[in-house]
Design a protein around this ligand. Structure first.
Ligand code: ADP
Ligand code: MG
Length: 322
């Protein structure tokens, strides 16, 4: 059985590229660029709650970091440093090697340094803490949406939720649909470059982790406005085509979490600028509606079908305590 220190050394000690001091001392040391603010966020993944205990460790390593990078993206921040707190039921070298591989591959791709953490025995639990830099006053917040602004979303929606629905036997996906949706669920691509590009264009932003209606609702609430979006305008994952009419597909689009796309608002006169960013990044950006005066405090987000009739977004997103 390897010791805790050997485990940290073997799997989680990497030369820090962008930190003054990384893993190995009582604390890491980092230097923030002059003129920048620190963006700080934490996301925890609990076995049985956020993933199956037998989930592929490589994909889990990717996801644990990706959801944190996504929070930086949603702030328009450049992710720089992460710490990793792990509770492990046992030391399983194969699991650890896989997890570290998935985690570190993504960290390298985004030039993020793993600078510290904590390792303890306990029920499988993965907690990542992330620090990023954003020029002073330029962060994308949830409270900047104004009446008349457009509502945008990146990429496609619903894939991750379809994978979950298929896992529960609620929908039958064919092989290729299953693969696409499973990748959307397990291997989200954090939209960091988009967040940075939107700093001077967007008036608010959020990453979609709990479902479009719920997360856009957070923007609306923080900004003291409402939003009207068109069901037919929502960019859907291609795997949804065959199931377009189904209740589950609609639910996946409106309330499905875990897609980690960005939802943002921007003044209508910045449409060309947003489109240019999409072209430059090779990322589909879709205008799905607009910001309106708050229609009411309970239903801040109104979804209209193609005939302009309101759709009841049955489940408004995932809430762990509901
Ligand atoms: P302390 O007793 O001061 O908390 P630890 O023995 O827990 O120190 O950790 C030793 C070093 O290893 C510290 O620099 C800590 O940040 C780092 N570390 C511990 N666990 C991890 C991990 N899972 N990933 C990365 N670094 C870790
Ligand atoms: Mg410790």
């Amino acid at each position: 059985m390897i010791s805790e220190f050997e485990l940290i050394r073997r799997y989680f000690t990497h030369r820090a590229q962008g930190a003054v001091l990384g893993v190995g001392d009582d604390a890491a040391l980092v230097r923030v660029k002059p003129g920048c603010e620190l963006a700080i966020s934490t996301d925890m993944l609990v076995a049985g709650q956020h993933f199956f205990p037998d989930a592929d460790p490589v994909r889990l390593g990717h996801k644990a970091l990706a959801v944190n990078l996504s929070d930086m993206a949603a702030m328009g921040a450049v992710p720089r440093w992460v710490t990793l707190a792990l509770a492990l039921p046992q030391v399983d070298p194969r699991w650890l090697a896989g997890f570290a591989r998935g985690f570190m591959a993504l960290a390298r791709r985004f030039k993020v340094d793993l600078v510290g953490g904590d390792t303890t025995r306990g029920p499988l639990n993965i907690c990542v803490h992330i620090l990023g830099e954003v020029p002073r006053g330029r962060a994308l917040r949830r409270d900047g949406a104004k009446t008349g602004h457009d509502v945008w979303v990146s990429g496609t929606l619903g894939g991750a939720a379809l994978a979950v629905a298929a896992g529960k036997g609620r929908i039958a996906l064919n092989r290729s649909e299953r693969k696409v949706c499973a990748d959307r669920l397990d291997l989200p691509e954090p939209r960091v470059a988009l967040g940075v590009a939107l700093r001077r264009v967007a008036s608010s932003a959020i990453d979609i982790s709990d479902g479009l209606v719920a997360d856009l609702g957070h923007i609306a609430e923080e900004s003291g406005v409402g939003a009207v979006i068109g069901l037919d305008l929502l960019p859907r994952v291609a795997a949804m085509t065959r199931h377009a009419g189904s209740m589950i597909a609609r639910e996946a689009l409106l309330s499905g979490g875990d897609d980690y796309e960005l939802c943002f608002t921007a003044p209508a006169n910045r449409r060309a600028a947003v489109a240019a960013i999409g072209r430059r990044l090779g990322l589909v950006l879709t205008c799905i509606g607009s910001v309106v005066r708050a229609p009411g405090v309970t239903h801040r987000v109104m979804v209209l079908d193609r005939d302009g009739r309101p759709v009841d977004p049955d489940r408004a997103g995932f809430d762990h305590f509901k």
